[in-house]
Design a protein around this ligand. Structure first.
Ligand SMILES: C[S@@+](CC[C@H](N)C(=O)[O-])C[C@H]1O[C@@H](n2cnc3c(N)ncnc32)[C@H](O)[C@@H]1O
Length: 267
């Protein structure tokens, strides 16, 4: 068996490049989860906030605004995404490039850790959360969201299953590595195991809508832009647009989506 592509290559290569080029779209896909995430994080004006896997920084910026007398640090392994993030700085906001599993965070340097889907990609999750726990002060807390197990009956799974039938793609190592990592923390028992350095761990489902485009055509453009083949026959394109049509409305193409919201406290 060949070794899987390391996540640093995934996020500094095709996947990270696509996220950087389409950062507003990816933000729209995840933004509906923000109210649950930020309510759980309960960031106070003087808090020092750590955002793990901050990507282009939308949640780090929001954290910095809430912690107006504190500060927010975003950490990410992806150079192209951090370049985007650094294009919109605030006085109490900064970014560092690094692997959060081993990054030399200041011990007890943060009151709260947040992450919007940035904690699933570690080589060793147990070690990574131990490193993050050291960075959070005793009594500090965390709140993050991560994917649930794929439910084959969910709207998202059915839509993407149908799109895959319409546009079969050869297996590709980047997509395989990204998908496998995305699913790495979807089981609650696994989450509790890797979060052993925290107490009061709570895992609950959050339901929201992921916006894939302004209309079905736009959603198809986005799906195709992910490659590896960006061109398809006109009739395939039309059939793909039809798959999105039932979910299109004045606020765009909105697919119902569910994640875990995970919270806990550093003892
Ligand atoms: C699904 S994206 C989420 C990005 C961002 N949180 C958002 O909501 O837009 C996952 C992010 O985790 C980052 N990442 C992956 N592995 C990482 C690691 N070991 N340490 C820090 N960041 C990592 C990726 O580069 C990517 O930006």
């Amino acid at each position: 068996m060949t070794a899987e592509l390391p996540q640093t290559d995934v996020w500094n290569g095709a996947v990270g490049g696509h996220w950087a080029a389409h950062h507003e779209r990816y933000d729209a896909m995840l933004a509906d989860f923000d109210s649950a995430l930020f309510e759980a994080a309960a960031i106070r004006p003087t808090d020092r906030v750590l955002d793990i896997g901050c990507g282009a920084g939308p949640t780090t910026r929001r954290a910095a605004r809430l912690a107006r007398w504190g500060r927010a640090l975003g950490v990410d392994i992806s150079a192209p995404l951090l370049e985007r993030a650094r294009a919109a700085l605030l006085p109490n906001l900064w970014y560092e490039q690094g692997d959060a599993q081993t990054h030399p965070f200041p011990e007890s340097g943060f009151d709260v850790m947040i992450s919007r889907g940035g904690v699933m990609f570690f080589a060793d999750h147990r070690a990574a959360f131990a490193n993050i726990a050291r960075a959070v002060r005793p009594g500090g807390r965390f709140a993050f969201i991560c994917p649930q197990p794929v439910d084959a009956q969910s709207v998202e799974a059915r839509v993407f299953g149908r799109l895959a039938e319409l546009r079969p793609l050869p297996p590709d190592p980047v997509t395989t590595a990204a998908h496998r990592a995305m699913a790495s923390l979807c089981e609650p028992d696994r989450l509790r195991e890797v979060l052993a350095d925290f107490s009061q761990v709570a895992i609950r489902p959050v339901h929201a809508a992921s916006v894939y485009g302004s209309d079905p055509e736009d959603a198809v453009d986005f799906v195709l832009s992910r490659g590896p083949r960006t061109e398809v026959a006109a009739e395939v394109r039309a059939a793909m647009a039809e798959v999105f049509t039932p979910y299109a409305g004045p606020l765009g193409v909105r697919l119902p989506s569910s994640v875990w919201l995970v919270t806990g406290v550093r003892p």
